[in-house]
Design a protein around this ligand. Structure first.
Ligand SMILES: Nc1ncnc2c1ncn2[C@@H]1O[C@H](COP(=O)(O)OP(=O)(O)OP(=O)(O)O)[C@@H](O)[C@H]1O
Ligand SMILES: [Mg+2]
Length: 283
């Protein structure tokens, strides 16, 4: 049995023991209540920011992606993730990987945007890679003057209101980070971080929180934060993630509910393979 399959099996067992959820691969369906589309502006007054389309295109960020197969692959990923979240009544998940540079941040950003295109979903995208924050630069939330981000808040130098940005993408709110900080796992377990999560979770009932996190082998951040997570979406870079590192990540992954596995940078160019989703890697 592969490492991923083993992790999936353990998390399914754990959920079964706790009696909290349907099987991950089960056919349970949760009927969506017919509600009016969510309006993010009604929730709170966030800091408005206009994203630069040419920068988004350069950074391969939706909706400026021109590669049609990549576009379709993100939509498929979005739909599958939404279904699994609904089936399990999950709302908060991390996007992580095993090692550096596998495409975690780009996947988290594009998935957040793709999910916000669903009129029933309000998405918070949080840069929780405290040591190597990149969400702000990928989206171009820089150079505004006086911008404050997650680490400012965690260090007690900013309020929650001042770190939530509303880009010109409907139903998407972003909490970026501008200053890398040390002692990241301690900050992630701090009362201020828990307060922030509580605020986001109670902001609106129909919300999804996507957390861009560092790789599980680079620090204990993901493990330290796992009690706050419903699940983990694992990004595996084709040709970038070795079996040995996957093996080393086994114990951390087994602690969490695995939401799925994204195969990023696949050499295959057909629609289903560009972002293979939930395909276990053979161990
Ligand atoms: N599917 C893809 N196609 C082309 N380029 C990609 C793809 N995914 C990621 N990249 C590029 O690879 C680089 C690393 O991506 P990204 O920052 O998302 O990785 P990461 O896993 O978050 O890295 P880190 O471990 O440093 O946080 C970026 O330049 C990004 O644009
Ligand atoms: Mg990253």
């Amino acid at each position: 049995m592969s490492i991923i399959e083993e992790a999936v099996r353990k998390s399914a067992e754990k959920r079964h023991r706790l009696g909290t959820a349907e099987p991950l691969h089960g056919r349970a369906r949760v009927r969506r209540p017919a509600t009016a589309p969510i309006d993010i502006s009604a929730a709170r007054s966030y800091r408005h920011v206009t994203l630069d389309p040419s920068l988004l295109e350069q950074n391969r960020v939706l909706p400026r992606i021109i590669d049609q197969s990549a576009l379709r692959a993100y939509k498929i990923l979005r739909t599958r993730v939404l279904r699994r979240l609904e089936a399990n009544q999950w709302r908060t998940f991390a996007v992580s990987g095993v090692t550096a540079g596998e495409g975690k941040t780009l996947t988290a950003i594009n998935l957040a945007i793709a999910m916000s295109q669903d009129v029933n979903t309000l998405v918070f995208l949080v840069d929780l890679d405290l040591q190597r924050p990149r969400v702000a630069s990928y989206l171009g939330i820089t150079g505004l003057g006086g911008e404050t981000g997650l680490s400012d808040y965690l260090l007690g130098e900013a309020t929650i209101d001042s770190i939530i940005y509303s880009p010109n993408i409907e139903r998407l709110a972003v909490i970026p980070n501008f200053q890398p900080v040390a002692q990241s796992s301690e900050l992630l377990s701090s009362p201020r971080m828990l307060d922030l999560m509580h605020t986001l979770e109670t902001e609106t009932p129909k919300r999804v929180i996507i957390l861009d996190m560092p790789p599980v082998l680079a620090s204990d951040d993901v493990l330290a934060f796992s009690p706050q997570l419903d699940g983990l979406l694992l990004v595996v870079g084709e040709g970038a993630t070795s079996r040995d590192s996957l093996r080393s990540a086994k114990e951390v992954l087994a602690e969490m509910n695995l939401l799925g596995v994204v195969l990023n940078r696949s050499a295959e160019r057909d629609d289903s393979a560009y972002y293979s989703y939930g395909q276990p890697t053979k161990g």
